[in-house]
Ligand binder design. Structure first.
Ligand code: SF4
Ligand code: SF4
Length: 211
């Protein structure tokens, strides 16, 4: 039981509100249903009897454990106790303010979730793998020219050449690189330009993965 749970109820010191369960020991059969049901740690079971050892941890107005008790061994004060506290402390005004704060937090959480969702839809890094005959096409220079006017870069570029002599004799080679945004922006509009450049050079796009 976290102590802060029991400290205040809508700003009112919790110990000023006489709302808690009382167990009639002779009626309790020690079934432990109240102990398991209460999520606020109000009960302990001792000698097969329920005891409300943390009475002020009880949620003001809650009677759940009394309702589930099979022998009706649990009792609460009259509800008028709660209503009187509500009246005396003008609780509805406090609750309205708390509701406003809660709504504000929920809206902020929703806005944050929406922003994160939108961000997750952005493609900021994509790995491309292409294969074909590189020969003397000066493909790297073509790539440099293509990215020069765009807010993207190509990183971790690898060129796998099985044989340098073979390269001149049109032996296929393999190139892999990651396209990244240099401004944390979506690169989707740029990718078709790359695919088109690869196609025009007679390469096959082996793989394209959003990272
Ligand atoms: S639910 Fe009722 S009978 Fe069961 S342990 Fe609690 S007080 Fe006793
Ligand atoms: S009334 Fe609710 S909060 Fe209070 S002891 Fe029972 S189950 Fe726990």
């Amino acid at each position: 039981m976290a102590p802060e749970l029991a400290e205040r109820w809508h700003g009112i010191p919790r110990q000023e509100i006489p709302w808690f369960p009382t167990v009639a020991a002779q009626a309790c059969i020690g079934c432990e249903l109240c102990y398991v049901t209460c999520g606020r740690g109000v009960y302990e079971i001792r000698d097969r009897k329920a005891l409300a050892t943390q009475p002020y941890a009880c949620m003001v107005g809650c009677t759940t454990c009394a309702r589930v008790c099979p022998t009706e061994a649990i009792h609460f004060p009259d509800r008028e106790v709660v209503r009187r506290v509500e009246r005396e402390h003008k609780i509805l005004q406090v609750v309205r303010e708390e509701a406003r704060t809660k709504r504000g937090k929920q809206e902020a959480q929703k806005a944050r979730a929406a922003a994160e969702e939108a961000l997750s839809r952005l493609t900021c890094r994509t790995r491309l793998e292409i294969a074909g005959t590189f020969g003397d096409k000066h493909f790297l220079l073509q790539l440099q020219g293509l990215i020069a006017d765009h807010p993207v870069d190509l990183v971790d570029l690898e060129l796998h050449v099985p044989t340098v002599k073979g390269l001149q004799e049109k032996t296929p080679a393999f190139m892999r690189f990651d396209v990244v945004s240099t401004g944390q922006a979506d690169i989707q509009a740029f990718l078709p330009l790359l695919r088109d450049l690869a196609r025009r050079n007679g390469f096959v796009l082996v793989n394209e993965v959003k990272l």
